[in-house]
Design a protein around this ligand. Structure first.
Ligand code: PMP
Length: 401
């Protein structure tokens, strides 16, 4: 008789990578100061956190989270539908709806379950959902959990999206789902064209602004605001685990649609709500994002400098146009070797491999709170290690600008 666990005993891939000393996952962080961490007693510059605005270590956010734990306890011990909607959750729903310029918003316990719950609640039998092939895994899970039919279109390929839309029966409800900023390679969805297509074909549009909120647009409302098509995005989804320095997720849109999602999404009904400290931390971070636009400006100054200098050194950081910086290596083994060298030199970054990205790369993200000295040191490490492994040439003059 077959044993379900047999495959686990046979699976040697991870042990082999560990033996080679190139295992990059589940690293235990012993100390965290936001821009620097300690691992194995050694300090590293944190250069791949989604804490874009550095608010996870901000004293005001820490204090709001701590105070909420003191005032409300450590957990709600129940779902939002039942006993887990505190005044904090209600305030967060309302403030996020106002910030995102939508009639209503509903917060979930994680970004992952926001996508999962929203898509599976909205896309019913006979409906169609169209998702870019590079969308986040939580959107993929939402698609798997829904009863409608899924079409995946080639990454940012509008002809392919239209080809699928044209083929749909007229009476089918249609939802297009994209990431505003693609999390692995930092490129943007072509929202102006997607909006045109959704209007032409009578579809609805949902944009995951996990990496856009707090980062993109004049007020940090996301990629929709950046492109000036904010009003045409029917559903804005975001997580709290990035600029909002917490954990949780939100879906914002028309009041009747949010009401439907609140009552139909299984991850809303059957999942305990955000712990009070997480809700209060996100509320404080939202307030700071609106009051301190200079954080976003600093983030963009740093990331533009990093892109510019890495390219001058000879690295390829395409297709990114955002603070997510993928440094293309191409070869998988070389990518792990490059990552290992960067780690040994004092940089915390992550190796990304296919199918998450089109070309194997090391992914770096800088934060508004990195100092100029940290950025300088990180760039020097990239240059030295890139030369050592042969990704960039030695002889290329690197002129700082
Ligand atoms: N969407 C995107 C685009 C993401 O990058 C992530 C997290 N990496 C999520 C959704 C899920 O959010 P969370 O981890 O906060 O649950």
């Amino acid at each position: 008789m077959a044993d379900l666990f047999e495959k686990c005993a046979q699976w040697k891939q991870v042990q082999l990578i560990k033996l080679a000393g190139h295992y990059p996952y589940f690293r235990v962080i012993e100390q965290h100061d936001g821009t620097e961490v300690v691992i194995g007693g050694k300090r590293l510059i944190m250069a791949c956190s989604n804490n874009y605005l550095g608010l996870a270590q901000d004293p005001r956010v820490r204090e709001a989270a701590a105070q909420a734990a003191r005032d409300w306890g450590s957990s709600t011990c129940g779902s939002r539908l039942a006993n887990g909607t505190l005044a904090l959750h209600d305030e967060l729903d309302q403030k996020l709806a106002a910030f995102l310029g939508k009639e209503a918003a509903a917060t979930f316990s994680t970004g992952f379950t926001t996508n999962l719950g929203t898509i599976s609640a909205l896309v019913e039998r006979h409906d169609l959902v169209y998702a870019d092939r590079q969308v986040h895994g939580s959107i993929v899970e939402g698609i798997h959990a829904c009863y409608g039919e899924a079409k995946r279109f080639r990454h940012n390929n509008m002809e392919d999206l239209e080809r699928h839309l044209v083929a749909a029966p007229r009476e089918a409800g249609k939802l297009i789902v994209v990431d505003g900023v693609y999390s692995a390679e930092g490129d943007l969805a072509d929202l102006p064209r997607i909006v045109e297509l959704k209007k032409k074909h009578g579809a609805r549009l949902m944009v995951d602004e996990a990496h856009g909120l707090g980062v993109m647009g004049r007020n940090g409302r996301g990629t929709g605001e950046h492109f000036g098509v904010h009003e045409d995005v029917d559903l804005i989804m975001s997580t709290f685990s990035k600029s909002l320095a917490s954990i949780g997720g939100v879906i914002a849109g028309r009041a009747d649609v949010i009401n439907w999602v609140k009552h139909k999404a299984r991850s809303m009904i059957f999942q305990a709500s955000m712990v009070p400290s997480a809700a209060a931390g996100a509320l404080k971070a939202l307030e700071i994002i609106q009051q301190e636009p200079e954080r976003r400006e600093r983030l963009w100054d740093i990331s533009e400098r990093v892109h510019r200098e890495l390219r001058l050194m000879g690295f390829d950081t395409r297709p990114s146009v955002t603070p997510v910086v993928p440094i293309a290596v191409g070869d998988q083994a070389l990518n792990f070797i490059f990552w290992r060298k960067l780690t040994d030199a004092g940089l915390f970054v992550s190796p990304f491999t296919k199918p998450a990205v089109e070309r194997d790369c090391v992914r770096a993200v800088f934060m508004a709170t990195h100092t100029d000295e940290q950025v300088e040191r990180a760039l020097e490490i990239f240059q030295r290690c890139g030369r050592e492994v042969g990704i960039i040439p030695y002889e290329r003059p690197h002129t700082r600008v």
